[in-house]
Design a protein around this ligand. Sequence first.
Ligand SMILES: Nc1nc2c(ncn2[C@@H]2O[C@H](COP(=O)(O)OP(=O)(O)O)[C@@H](O)[C@H]2O)c(=O)[nH]1
Ligand SMILES: [Mg+2]
Length: 410
Amino acid sequence: MDPALTKKTLEKDLDQVKSSFKRKTFEAVSAEAKEQSNLLNNATLEIAITGRSGAGKSSFVNALRGMKDHEKGAALTGLRETTMVPQEYTHPAFPKVKIWDLPGLGKNEFNAEEYLKKVNFSKYDFFIIIASDRFTIHETNLALEIRKNKKKFYYVRSKVDIDIENYRRSKRINVEDTHEKMQAEKKTLDIIRKDSYDNLKALGESSPRVFLISRWDLSKYDFPLLQETIEQEQDEIKRDVLIMCLPILTKDSIRKKKAAMESLIWKKAIASCSVGLIPLPFLSLGCDIGILVTTMSHICKVFGLDENSLNILANRVGKPVEELKSVIEHTPSTGKITTEFAMDILKRSAMWGAITVVEAVLDFIPVLGSLYGGGSSFATTFYMLKNFLENAVKDAEKVQAKAAEPKRHK
Ligand SMILES: Nc1nc2c(ncn2[C@@H]2O[C@H](COP(=O)(O)OP(=O)(O)O)[C@@H](O)[C@H]2O)c(=O)[nH]1
Ligand SMILES: [Mg+2]
């Protein structure tokens, strides 16, 4: 692993840590950091997807999990819904994140209160209400009931790719002409947006928000905005969970993931100060290897660099996974992040940079130096994880660029 950090950049990063220590004792900061990192480790996220039968619920669940409809373990699509039981689907990399495919809202008679009771309403963090055409009184009644119970919901209009295609056909748009094609797309989206807005207003929603999506490409239309909006409306812990687990669709996702990981890293580094330190014979620094290993594996998953996520991405863009892996320079796959791996980096010369960091840290936070092995553990963990993160970000960017390249034709 190359040292991706200089003393200068580290000092900037340490500013955040320093400012936390200004007003509080080390014990208080440490307890808080530990509590927050535990909360994050144990945080669950339960996402409910609801709407009428055929609206595209199951397809959306598959899209969120990066799966094809016919893959093993995917939600069945295109079926008449017969069950009243919510179906549970786990996030491929983060098992504490669950996406629930809820039963279809009734066609004729529908009682929102009863429906919510049956689907065990209270366990969900928020609801996505999908419709593939106009919203009806069923969706708005449900929304009203959700709001009454002080939970968040988001109206989503699915299958906009079909509307765009229909518009192009009906207007005989020349799809060879990129400008004309894009204009037609914009026009269709404007029409759907206005129509959904008026439609929901007429049903009694005072200022409706609707997000336009296609199951076939979540990087398009309003999905990135939906993601952003949901994040902003969650509390801090759930927001971090969302940022960690959502697919990388834009450059911005990588930036947000990086910021979330930075704030996790210094908490992990502080937490590493008091757990049993393993003395390393080759290093005068003590360090908690366990924390290093689990956090590195975690970072790997967050940036989609683990085996599973890479396979999913390869699947989505229709490229061999080996092609995507070929651009990864620094980050090993999750299975290879072991104690030996961490020890190995610690031994390697690049790691001696950590000693400089210890000096920098002790200048900044003298209290760490007074703890037995504390200063060195903090510095080593911080340095190792920061370095790993910088490299993971570089690798993730390269993988995304590779995935976005036009396919090679043989
Ligand atoms: N073109 C297109 N088809 C979709 C989209 N979402 C769902 N579908 C199709 O609509 C049909 C019903 O979808 P499904 O997910 O089973 O709906 P559910 O009954 O709400 O679970 C299936 O044939 C899907 O392939 C989409 O965004 N675009
Ligand atoms: Mg379904």
